[in-house]
Ligand binder design. Structure first.
Ligand SMILES: Nc1nc2c(ncn2[C@@H]2O[C@H](COP(=O)(O)OP(=O)(O)OP(=O)(O)O)[C@@H](O)[C@H]2O)c(=O)[nH]1
Length: 492
């Protein structure tokens, strides 16, 4: 197939939505422009670096100078096949990682004739959970690697759980080093079956299992028919080319107001990036939290007046009547409003060594808005078993569910429906450190407590001694002394 027909085929795929319906032009253009984002996860030595290196190499994303360096650096390190060590392509990233950058996800860009991609390479260890969560929060798809000889590990389940929790609904299981298993078809089928069960339990139905040899480049970009005539499914790159992008937004129009522009008498515009849906002059909108309604008079960008704007556009919105709008307000579609309230439930990923202290008041930042919030964790994901357990605090790298209670009205969408207006960060008001990233689940009624999650095990989380000490000193811990169980202490 020539590259022209490939592009045409890609355009055909991209101009339909998940159900195969034609998309309006603006949306199609946006989808084609945005690369597919995916993450790779696997245990140490499963071959993650080799797999990414192979993808870059076989899609010709490796520049000539890099290729020469690769050949040179691999000298003497070649494996028994005489192939270069593809993992070396990732070494630059390793160096970045060792510098101890806080949220340290390395992104790599590559493209085929049909599509462009951004792969987030996230380290697999438990202490890097926050990095994986960060990579996963923007990814459309997760590639989970397992060693064909070892099959699924606890780690695989943990990675799959985090990926699902971050909203990823498409998994590829790359059963790697299939060459070292003697291209064992039955072994591959057993691993694929086990993984489908894991994925289903997490609510993920779109699962493709592929037998691959990252080292030999089989079923990554090129097919591995010679050694695996029994496999007639897609290659990894074919799955990536056809994967659906999560739009991340199924809500109506959203404009978080960054700035109110009043350049002169008579003109008042509200500026920001459209974070959902689309808008055109004449549409009815509501300003939140005030609830005042108005119609759109004009949409202005930096140099021209537009007849429509879509998600991602930076615009100035002019309304047809004088309305009181401030930075941090939200202008939204009148018939598809976000939730406004003082109590929400959310999932958190703790990013700071201090973890999340229950009942502590933090600053919550979402878009241009910053509000005081008190945070009470209710359960945490046990990273070893992949199960939810009751919890009252979250240690660093902990993932948990929490109740958020605000002093004033807050405006959110559920993260599932809008990844921009459903996401936030928590800031410690004393140190000004970012202590957590969060995703809104839903609005709670005032005073409503979150129950245990259905599969919650009645277990306690072991925390480092200094966290327990700090926690026991909080007013919350004193007030709930009889109800709190802490195990440990364990040295940090
Ligand atoms: N035979 C064979 N060896 C492989 C394959 N994929 C990777 N390897 C080898 O397995 C070893 C580990 O590969 P890496 O790519 O460094 O593994 P990784 O998962 O990135 O490891 P970390 O970066 O340490 O997490 C290397 O010696 C690779 O050459 C494969 O498909 N077949």
């Amino acid at each position: 197939m020539s590259s022209q027909t490939l592009s045409q085929a890609a355009a055909d795929i991209e101009s339909t939505d998940d159900a195969g319906n034609a998309l309006p032009h603006a949306q199609t253009a946006g989808r084609q422009a945005r690369p597919l984002r995916f993450i790779t996860c696997g245990s140490v030595d499963d071959g993650k670096s080799t797999l990414i290196g192979r993808l870059l190499w076989d899609t010709k994303a490796v520049k000539e100078d890099q290729a020469a360096t690769l050949e040179r650096d691999s000298t003497g390190k070649q494996n028994e096949l005489g192939l270069p060590d593809f993992a070396l392509l990732l070494d630059g990233l390793q160096a970045e990682r060792e510098q101890g950058i806080t949220i340290d996800v390395a992104y790599r860009y590559f493209a085929t004739d049909r599509r462009s991609f951004i792969v987030a390479d996230t380290p697999g260890h438990v202490q890097y959970t926050r990095n994986m969560a960060t990579g996963a929060s923007t990814a459309d798809l997760a590639v989970l690697l397992v060693d064909a000889r070892a099959g699924l590990l606890e780690q695989t389940r943990r990675h799959a759980t985090i990926a699902a929790l971050m909203g990823i609904r498409q998994f590829v299981l790359a059963v790697n080093k299939i060459d070292l298993s003697g291209y064992d078809e039955a072994g591959f089928n057993a691993i694929a079956r086990d993984f489908r069960e894991v994925a289903l339990s997490l609510g993920v139905r779109q699962v493709t299992a592929i037998p691959v040899s990252a080292l030999r480049g089989e079923n990554i970009v090129l097919r591995g028919d010679e050694m695996m005539p029994w496999y007639d499914g897609p290659t990894l790159v074919e799955v990536l080319e056809k994967a659906t992008q999560r739009t991340g937004q199924t809500t109506g129009f959203r404009l978080p107001v960054q700035r109110v522009s009043r350049p002169g008498e008579g003109f008042r515009g509200y500026q920001g990036n459209v974070a959902g849906g689309s808008i055109k002059p004449g549409d009815s909108v509501v300003v939140l939290p005030s609830g005042v309604e108005a119609n759109v008079k004009a949409i202005v960008t930096y140099d021209l007046v537009r007849n429509a704007a879509v998600s991602g556009d930076a615009i100035t919105l002019v309304l047809d009547r004088p309305v009181d709008v401030a930075r941090g307000d939200m202008i939204a579609a009148i018939d598809q409003r976000p939730q406004v309230g003082r109590a929400f439930s959310a999932r958190l990923v703790a990013l700071s060594p201090d973890g999340i202290v229950p009942g502590k008041r933090y600053w919550l930042k979402a878009g241009a808005r910053r509000q005081r919030v008190s945070v009470r964790p209710t359960s945490a994901l046990d990273l070893q078993s992949g199960k939810w357990v009751d919890a009252v605090t979250l240690p660093v790298n902990g993932i948990g569910q929490a109740e958020l209670d605000f002093d004033d009205d807050a405006i959110f969408d559920a993260y599932e429906t809008n990844r921009e207006t459903g996401a936030f960060i928590l800031i410690d008001p004393d140190s000004l450190n970012t202590v957590a990233g969060g995703m809104i689940d839903k609005k709670r009624s005032p005073g409503e407590r979150l129950g245990s999650l259905p599969d919650a095990d009645r277990a306690t989380i072991t925390l480092p001694a200094r966290l327990i000490e700090a926690f026991l000193k909080t007013d919350f811990a004193k007030a709930h002394a009889g109800e709190i169980r802490v195990s440990g202490p364990e040295e940090a």
